[in-house]
Design a protein around this ligand. Sequence first.
Ligand SMILES: C[S@@+](CC[C@H](N)C(=O)[O-])C[C@H]1O[C@@H](n2cnc3c(N)ncnc32)[C@H](O)[C@@H]1O
Length: 396
Amino acid sequence: MSWDRNKSTSEQLMVEVLADTKQALTLDEIVSEIQRRDPSALTGKTPKNSLYSVVYRREKRRAERGLNSLFKTKTRGSSTYYSLNLKGMDAIGDEDIRKMKIPHVIPYQGSKRKLAPQILDYIQHEVKGTVYEPFAGSAAITIAAATSKIGNSYVIGDKFSPLISLWELIIKDPNYVAEKYERIWNEQLDDPKSYFLDIRKQFNSEPDPVKLLYLVARCVKNAIRFNANGEFNQSSDNRRLGMRPEKVSKESFAISSVLEGKTKLVAGDFMEILQDAGPDDLVYMDPPWQGTSLKKDPRYAYLLDIDELIAGLKDLNERGVPYLLSFDGTCGDKSYGKKLPDYLKLERVDLNAGRSSQATLLGRDDVTIESLYLSPVMIEKNQANVKNHGEIKIFA
Ligand SMILES: C[S@@+](CC[C@H](N)C(=O)[O-])C[C@H]1O[C@@H](n2cnc3c(N)ncnc32)[C@H](O)[C@@H]1O
């Protein structure tokens, strides 16, 4: 990203720091990072106060003009953390920044990476405890929450244990993952098709986590599939070689830097993963959709048992645990799944997930709407926060 002092206003410098660090920061941290990069960038005796007043004035002006805000703020204790509001990027017209993404390293079909900012918008209270993601897959929400400083610690769980071993390595030893992936990726170059089959065979006799990363990155639609014996049987997508090693390295280090030392990894069923969750925590759940689970050849390693899910949600309600649940959804005129029972007292909001890749391939304009359900305790906590802080947010 460019660091052009002639063009950059102090607000742009702040945007660039937040875009580069991919983390929510306090104004003090932002100011010292700007000064580290260019000691003459901010002038005046109290650079923090001047930066604050520039940002305050400009955000006010944007609001008056009906534009999105450029920054999001979250208060934790006595500190206010700033992060970029991706929806507000148009306001400054910087292509690089608009492309800025939350780091991700496991390309996983159904990943919530793009929807993460919309989902996090529904967390409108301070999460004092742990953020749990028991159907983690690519752990998109955990990573987005950690970069936005939501929650103090994290639990990443999934029933597919090689995936959890992979997460453990990415977080604790990103260098090992980067080096091993690079070796595997380079070795494939002579004959990518048969190399993929070789690695698949090796993975099925001994489930090595980095080999899993390679298989997921190279397989059709990044969709893991298994045969009746639980063996990985998805084919390779022969039009591409999989995520490049440099990207795997960069993203693994970025993720490790936000999750190391505060993340617990659990392989198991979602309710085992959630056994210690309490009212100060937050749970985000994205179980495999009914629409896909009922098919013979499931996308994910394990089928979702709808009654088990409902029993779990009921239990979380009784324990006072706030949660968000991605479930159901419609795409064009096709709708998946059935309604969840009224007694769970969930509130549904519709998220616009954009055009599905399938619809794009078929030249159709279908927009995928994904449902997000807010649990009763979640709604209560958000409303209590609105009352205490006067923050107004209207639920769709
Ligand atoms: C829809 S994917 C989650 C995608 C994820 N939100 C992301 O952003 O990548 C569902 C995940 O749930 C896992 N899973 C299926 N049944 C489970 C269960 N009973 N308990 C825990 N995890 C389960 C699957 O292995 C799969 O990784």
